[in-house]
Structure formats: structure tokens, C-alpha cells
Design a protein around this ligand. Structure first.
Ligand SMILES: [Fe+2]
Ligand SMILES: [Fe+2]
Length: 270
């Protein structure tokens, strides 16, 4: 059994390290093709996304209180909500600095963070505006509800937020060539440090309760599927710096395990 436990850690972390490398390619494509439109679009959507995360944790906190849950659980949600307030505010400050008093022209941007209480897209999050984003959220929800293994479901749910550290980490490593990038990389680093707790540490906890090799194979397949969709989601958020053909190539390489690996999940350190 010990070796199966180890395989969870090494194989899931291995996939996530390759995912971090693949995400690095998306993020670098954005940095190369940066313009005002792209900067403001992704920042506005990210601000809204963090707002959505504040609301998710605050809703959890209120539900836990109403359902007479232990104080530790209620306080943990309060703490998570506060963490998201810091993320939200950091992006908002950079967005406001970019806008310099002008209104934000990104269409319906607040709706990007309209997560449904039960997971998936909320009613205001329109597929016509952000098809990849909506598909990503719906995919997470469907995969979690369809699996017959509670362990696989746990992996899917923890990977949902846990994967975010990869994006924030590679953003924090972009060259800080100008004032925008200096502000951004500094904030991204602090977000990545927060998110580290939701990612690599969860894999180690889940490794202790695995029961069969079949569960591991199913979890790996689902995690890969979710991560491919996150690559598309982020490329959309940056207004597609990578073409359809380049995204196809990246997806293929990631699934084949040939994208470069950035050792983030295997080391748990940034
Ligand atoms: Fe966040
Ligand atoms: Fe978070």
C-alpha cells in the first residue's frame, strides 16, 4: 500500500508540474503580446473572479454557522474569505492604476465571478462572453458529480482551487520590465504563497486515504482534463495570445507529458 500512497504524490504532483510548465507558455505568450486591451481585460476579469471567491467562502461561513458546525470550520471559511479580499484588492488596485480614472470598458466584467452556490456557472455568467471559462466551471462540477469514487471526488474538488497556484506562480516569474509588471509580479507572488496551501499540501493529505490503483488512474485522467480546460480558460482571459493551432499543440504536449515541468507541486515550494 505504501507504494500506492507514494504514487499518488509523485504522479499527481508530476502532472501538476507539467501543467505549471504548460501554463508558463500561455502566460509568456500574454507577456509577449501585451497591450492595454489585454492588460485591462484580464485584470478586470481576475478582480471579478476574486470577488466571486470572497462570496463563495462567505456563503460557506454563513451556512456553517446556520448549520451549527464547529467554530474551527466557520473561522476557516472566514479566514479563506479574508485571503480572497487581499487577492481581489491587489488586482483592483492595479486595474484602477491602469484605468487612471477612466471607466472599465470590459463588457459585463463583474459577471465573470458569478459562481453558482452549488458549483458551476451562475445565471449571470454567460457562455456567449466567456465560453472557455463557463466550460471549465461546468466541467469541474460534472466530473465531481459523475465519479462513483468519493476519493476521486475529493481529488477533483481540491484540485479545483489547488491548481491556481500554478498560474499565479508563473505570473510572478514574468520579467518585471516596467511599472505594470513590477506591481503585478509582486502581487502575484503573494497570491501564489496563499494558494500553495490549497495545492501541494492537499495532494499529500489525499495520498493517505487512497484504496486502489483504479482510483489513481481515474483521478489522473480527470485532473488532466480539468487542467487542459484551464489552459484554454486562461488563454481566453488574455484575449487569446496563443492561436487555436498553438493551443492544440500545447494540449497535445501536456497530455503526452512532454511539456517542460516546473517543480512546484513536487517540492511544495516557491
Ligand atoms: Fe484568490
Ligand atoms: Fe483562493
Amino acid at each position: 500500500m505504501a507504494s500506492l500512497n507514494n504514487r499518488v504524490t509523485t504522479e499527481l504532483a508530476g502532472i501538476m508540474d507539467h501543467f505549471t510548465g504548460a501554463m508558463d507558455e500561455v502566460v509568456r505568450a500574454y507577456a509577449k503580446k501585451r497591450n492595454r486591451n489585454r492588460d485591462i481585460n484580464w485584470l478586470a476579469l481576475q478582480t471579478a473572479k476574486e470577488y466571486g471567491a470572497i462570496r463563495t467562502h462567505a456563503r460557506n461561513m454563513l451556512n456553517q454557522a446556520k448549520n451549527m458546525k464547529p467554530i474551527e470550520e466557520i473561522k476557516k471559511s472566514a479566514h479563506d474569505a479574508t485571503e480572497e479580499v487581499d487577492h481581489y484588492y491587489g488586482y483592483r488596485q492595479i486595474l484602477e492604476w491602469c484605468l487612471d480614472g477612466k471607466p472599465c470598458a470590459v463588457k459585463k466584467w463583474w459577471d465573470y465571478g458569478d459562481f453558482a452556490e452549488k458549483g458551476g456557472a451562475g445565471p449571470k455568467m454567460k457562455k456567449s462572453l466567456w465560453p472557455e471559462h463557463v466550460d471549465y466551471l461546468e466541467m469541474n462540477k460534472t466530473l465531481a458529480s459523475k465519479t462513483r469514487s468519493p476519493w476521486v471526488r475529493e481529488v477533483i474538488l481540491s484540485n479545483r482551487e489547488g491548481a491556481a497556484v500554478a498560474f499565479h506562480y508563473v505570473m510572478s516569474r514574468l520579467p518585471a520590465k516596467d511599472a505594470y509588471m513590477r506591481r503585478l509580479t509582486k502581487h502575484e507572488r503573494s497570491v501564489a504563497v496563499d494558494e500553495l496551501h490549497h495545492g501541494p499540501e492537499m495532494i499529500a493529505i489525499l495520498a493517505k486515504t487512497i484504496k486502489s490503483e483504479k482510483q489513481l488512474e481515474e483521478a489522473k485522467e480527470k485532473v488532466q482534463q480539468m487542467r487542459v480546460q484551464e489552459l484554454h480558460q486562461r488563454n481566453e482571459q488574455f484575449l487569446h495570445p496563443l492561436s487555436k493551432a498553438n493551443m492544440k499543440k500545447l494540449e497535445k504536449n501536456f497530455l503526452a507529458g512532454t511539456t517542460k515541468a516546473i517543480p512546484l507541486f513536487s517540492t511544495g515550494k516557491i
